[in-house]
Design a binder for this molecule. Structure first.
Ligand code: MG
Length: 332
């Protein structure tokens, strides 16, 4: 096995991986349950700025996924944490109401302020964006050349209930273009954000797999930050964005921390995420032989594998994964 064998933790994107808007994605809940039951360190890492972590925790609970606020990392939470230690100054927020909770206790300007900001925080305002609002953000930046433009993620678009929709990045790009200002980025694909998430798992970046539906922000960002990236075929994924070699790649995670049967036995590898990776990174691997765990337990197919492979179909796997399993059984 390659360096992928050193994987010990997982970061799950939310939108497009666990759910599409309000609808859970088939297999996602079972996958997270399985990961939780195996004791694999994991965290939910999302660029969502439309809700605070408490609201995301409630949403996940409604789907049947237990996740405390501390198990969710959002750009708003990371930015607020940073602002609490940065030089104090007035903050202008361009985030939805429910995300404002993360900034509680910080000196925020009124919603009609057009100057006086030391920090201008821009997230996904969705349909609340209009010329006047975007122009107000521009005026706040223009009136103070030292004001910091803080971007909550640079996701270009996402799959909204009514179709593909603009996210925060196009609006941040407009402000950058108008002011010549460079943004301070919190959220994917910022390496600092992904590495912070890995650090919260107590792991090195190279030991963590990021699973997402955005080949740039999730997979590209993870690979640039030293993590592994796995692309699922759900959410915003479209076949046209994947130009790499056909067929899924496979990762395995050593059984932590001590293999069943005690030390000294060969740790069975668990197949976790057949994943598509960007060929241009030069890290794509050929499909390895079935790991020892699969050979010993032919009847079990972790839902994580089926989920990451096909993005559809709950345990015991999709039609494709069942065919693979049957082929393995018959060749044994
Ligand atoms: Mg996503």
């Amino acid at each position: 096995m390659t360096a992928a064998g050193a994987l010990r933790g997982i970061l799950f994107d939310l939108d497009g991986v666990i759910y599409n808007a309000e609808r859970p994605i088939a297999g996602a809940v079972e996958t997270v349950e399985w990961v939780h039951a195996q004791g694999i360190p994991h965290l939910f890492l999302t660029n969502t700025t439309s809700r605070c972590r408490a609201a995301l925790s409630e949403k996940l609970a409604a789907l049947g996924i237990r996740a405390a606020e501390q198990e969710i990392l959002t750009p708003a939470a990371a930015a607020a944490e940073w602002l609490r230690t940065a030089p104090a100054g007035p903050i202008a927020l361009f985030v939805r109401q429910s995300a404002r909770r993360e900034f509680a206790g910080l000196p925020c300007l009124p919603d009609d302020a057009e100057d006086g900001a030391a920090y201008v925080v821009v997230g996904d305002l969705g349909e609340l964006w209009d010329f006047r609002t975007l122009n107000r953000a521009f005026r706040l930046l223009h009136s103070n050349p030292k004001a910091e433009l803080i971007a909550l993620g640079m996701t270009r678009y996402w799959l909204a209930p009514d179709g593909i929709s603009l996210d925060a990045a196009p609006f941040v790009a407009a402000l950058k273009h108008a002011t010549g200002r460079q943004e301070l980025l919190f959220g994917k694909p910022a390496a600092r954000f992904l590495q912070t998430a890995a650090g919260r798992l107590g792991l090195d970046a190279g030991q963590v797999l990021m699973i997402g539906d955005d080949i740039e922000a999730d997979v590209g960002g993870a690979q640039t930050a030293g993590l592994k990236g796995a692309l699922v075929k759900t959410g915003k994924f479209r076949p046209a964005i994947w130009k790499g070699p056909s067929g899924p790649m496979r990762f395995s995670i050593p059984w932590p921390p001590c293999p069943p049967g005690g030390p000294g036995r060969e740790p069975p590898a668990r197949e976790v995420a057949p994943a598509v990776r960007r060929a241009q990174t030069g890290t794509a691997q050929g499909r390895p032989a079935a790991p020892p765990w699969t050979r010993r337990c032919p009847g079990i197919w972790p839902p994580a594998a089926a989920f990451a492979c096909e993005g559809a179909g709950a345990h015991p796997g999709t039609a494709r994964s069942r065919r693979i399993r049957e082929a393995r059984s018959s060749s044994r």
